[in-house]
Design a protein around this ligand. Structure first.
Ligand code: ACO
Length: 311
């Protein structure tokens, strides 16, 4: 996480909002904001160094780097290339690419990495979720400005994980809802001038669709893996809104106590939220070896997915 925290009380001084409204509607108390001189690959690099150290490997041993982000450093080249350079692995020649699936970016990246490993194409892949959403937030729009934060998380996937690892995963997208959440930014879309280039979200409609899809995709993954919901030890959901998380686990008959909740101190960090929560679960001992861990995410696109991991 970047150092600087921005609390709901700080936001009260910047716009017509209140700690009470933000906390009641979203569960968020504070989010972190990157320094002016930081870019997405800087946060990605910090998280990657920790992941590499814990995995006991050096960056030159990677076969591939995948960065799930919807807030890249720049249009060209991909953030994964800047990350590769900052990790000192440029000359290793490993493949490096970004995946933009918004809040589902980490799950899309993990599933892709898993497929490359299963096919034998790669043995060791660095998967990162990194976002600097506060750069594309419209600070004049209180309905979105209070939600988003910055951060990055990373994981190393290897071929020789034995009986542990990704058991099942499923990804979806529905482009008919493309305009539910948009950030035209520097794309080729000819947006009118002004804040229209920043994030715009139809929050209410997004909420309803998210709950339905997250329940369905989680059920489908559990069914395919032959795992019952009561066998799940830990749930790591995308941290968009605590009310969405509560509604989904209730429908799945999973107690909320099994969920890792970081939305209160991270806000919505899109593709970074799952690896950040996963890291917190590891560091606080909420996950133990052999645990069944259910991940799920929903984001702009619209995109959504779920993954079952034996830790
Ligand atoms: N402070 C005070 N009042 C506010 C604020 C604020 N920050 N923002 C909105 N309001 C007001 C609105 O103006 C509205 O007032 P009105 O009734 O007088 O018109 C009222 O609060 C209710 O607004 P809603 O938008 O209906 O509030 P809602 O309960 O839907 O909560 C929220 C908004 C938090 C955005 C919710 O809809 C949500 O979480 N949606 C899902 C977001 C999500 O999951 N996104 C996917 C990932 S994002 C990505 O992929 C990048």
């Amino acid at each position: 996480m970047p150092e600087r925290a921005l609390t709901n009380y700080d936001l009260e001084k910047m716009m017509d909002t209140s700690d009470e409204w933000i906390y009641k509607r979203t569960g968020i108390k504070e989010r972190h904001i990157a320094a002016d001189n930081q870019v997405t690959s800087d946060l990605a690099c910090e998280a990657s160094k920790i992941a590499l150290k814990r995995a006991g490997i050096t960056a030159d041993k990677l076969d591939m780097i995948i960065v799930g982000t919807c807030t890249p450093d720049m249009t060209l080249p991909a953030t994964a290339l800047h990350l590769q350079r900052k990790l000192g692995a440029g000359k290793s020649g490993c493949a490096a690419v970004d995946m933009n699936a918004a809040c589902s970016g980490f799950l899309y990246s993990m599933s892709t990495a898993n497929a490359y490993i299963k096919s034998g194409y790669a043995k060791t892949i660095l998967v990162v979720g990194a976002e600097l959403l506060t750069r594309i937030v419209n600070w004049d729009d209180r309905s979105t400005a209070v939600i988003f934060g910055d951060g990055a998380g990373a994981a190393i996937l290897t071929q020789d994980s034995g009986s542990r690892g990704i058991m099942e995963s499923e990804l979806h997208a529905d482009g008919d809802y493309a305009y539910l959440m948009i950030a035209p930014g520097n794309g080729t879309f000819r947006a009118p001038a002004g804040n229209y280039t920043k994030i715009h979200m139809e929050g209410h409609d997004t909420f309803k669709i998210a709950v339905r899809h997250l329940e369905d995709v989680s059920r489908s993954v559990l069914k395919k893996a032959g795992v019952r919901s009561e066998e799940i030890n830990v749930v790591i959901p995308h941290q968009a809104n605590v009310r969405i998380i509560e509604a989904v686990v209730k429908r799945l008959d999973i107690p909320i106590e099994k969920c890792v909740l970081t939305v209160d101190h991270h806000g919505n960090t899109a593709g970074a939220s799952i690896p950040l929560a996963l890291n917190e679960a590891v560091e606080t001992g909420k996950i133990s070896e052999g645990d069944m861990v259910l991940l799920n995410a929903f984001g702009a696109g619209i995109t959504w997915g779920s993954m079952l991991v034996k830790w």
